[in-house]
Design a protein around this ligand. Structure first.
Ligand code: LLP
Length: 399
């Protein structure tokens, strides 16, 4: 992300902290880079909306031609409002309700990514009632281990996601007998924060074998999301390397390729700005208490995720290990532990890097803390994209 120290300081002053700041130009550049890497064959990038549903960011991607992967009726409504074309939207998730199926059918999506026999039957019934044919892709669980923390591994048979290959085949056979179902594609998702192309190549091999056994002529093959980024400052998974790993195996397949990147697109373009509220040192640790907490960025507490934290204006002096902790009453309330940090004073602005994905979107009001403001910078100009919540917002829905 290319927002300078000077402008970070100015943004913190103008909009207050904690503050989510996104570089909209960098987001578009990353989208273009990913798209170009796969330009050799028809590929649809369906942005995983859950990573960051901010309309100001979603609109940029929609206008650039991206599709979208949604996992709830709420995401569907927001994605359509942001301008994603319904025929470029896939609907994932193990627990779609009847209302959500109906909303998707009315919108006319590219596909429902179906995760169980029961869901497929329910989709057929709902489609029959609405008299709309339902396009679907079975999400096959590839039983491949890939990705970061155990909480975000999804492609193993022990997880709740997808169906096993043999069952997937049976579902396509069963669906062929329903006039209300249309087999549109095949889907598979490995997990998240995957840094090597190798598991994707393996998943492609399994998917191709399955495609050969499915009688229906499927329009697309969706290999999911999960492309990892370098939280340590490294390059992350390169889309060019991913394309090199996948394109040869796709040669000869008539299907359009669909991918569902979330984190890779939006993670590195966002930072969480926070101010130092207090400092304290115990016999064991140096603590820097800041005004952002686990309610604003849950990843460190939930997954032990390690985000880099830097002083926007580093001060001269000795560098030592510090725990950057929030004001929330939980020991798990830390943004980073043991980071190398120079002297910090009350009021100094720190930036938590690579916070664009699953930062704001996983935020809450825990401890009755209003959600932060969010700002998008484009062409050097900052615009408020979501205002800071007020104390009134905390009780707005109470009766
Ligand atoms: N497609 C499906 C079906 C998914 O379940 C996910 C993410 C994605 C695409 C996008 O994955 P990505 O490209 O963003 O890795 N909260 C966790 C990550 C959870 C990912 C859930 N599924 C975190 O903060 O690391």
């Amino acid at each position: 992300m290319s927002i300078s120290a000077r402008s970070s300081e100015a943004l913190a002053r103008r909009f207050g902290t904690p503050l989510y700041v996104y570089d909209g130009d960098a987001l578009l550049a990353r989208y273009e880079r990913f798209r170009k890497a796969f330009a050799a064959r028809e590929t649809l990038l369906c942005y995983a909306f859950k990573a960051n549903p901010l309309a100001a960011l979603a609109r940029l991607l929609a206008r650039a031609g991206a599709g979208c992967d949604v996992v709830s009726g709420g995401e569907l409504a927001r994605a359509l409002a942001a301008g994603f074309a319904p025929e470029r939207v896939v609907f994932s998730g193990v627990g779609k309700t009847d209302d959500e199926l109906r909303a998707g059918l009315r919108a006319g999506l590219l596909a429902f990514n179906v995760e169980s026999a029961e869901e497929l039957a329910r989709l057929a019934r709902t489609a029959a009632r609405l008299k709309r044919r339902a396009p679907f892709a079975v999400r096959v669980n590839p039983d491949i281990r890939a990705g970061g923390h155990a909480h975000i591994v999804t492609g193993l048979a022990e997880t709740k996601f997808g169906v096993e290959a043999a069952e997937a085949l049976a579902l396509y056979r069963r669906a062929a007998r329903s006039p209300w179902l249309r087999a549109a594609g095949l889907q598979c998702h490995l997990g998240s924060q995957i840094l090597s192309p190798a598991p994707y190549r393996r998943a492609l091999a399994r998917a191709t074998a399955l495609l050969g056994a499915i009688a229906a002529p499927l329009g697309h093959l969706d290999l999911g999301g999960g492309m990892g980024i370098g939280y340590d400052g490294g390059p992350g998974l390169s889309p060019e390397a991913l394309a090199r790993a996948l394109l040869p195996g796709l040669r000869g397949l008539p299907q359009r390729l669909v991918l569902e990147p979330g984190r890779w697109l939006v993670g590195p373009v966002g930072a969480l700005l926070t101010r130092v509220v207090a400092r304290k040192t115990t016999s064991r640790r140096r603590f820097v208490v800041v005004d952002a907490g686990m309610n604003d960025l849950l990843r460190p507490a939930l997954y032990g995720a390690r985000h880099r934290v830097v002083a926007v204006r580093p001060r001269r002096g000795a560098i030592s290990a510090a725990d950057i902790v929030g004001p929330v009453c939980e020991t798990a309330d830390f943004l980073a532990r043991g980071v190398r940090l120079g002297p910090a004073q009350r009021g100094d602005v720190l930036a938590v890097l690579d916070a664009g994905a699953y930062g704001s979107s996983m935020g809450s009001q825990y401890n009755s803390r209003p959600r932060p403001a969010e700002v998008v910078v484009r062409g050097g100009r900052a615009r408020l994209a979501r205002r800071r919540e007020t104390m009134g917002d905390l009780v707005r829905h109470e009766l």
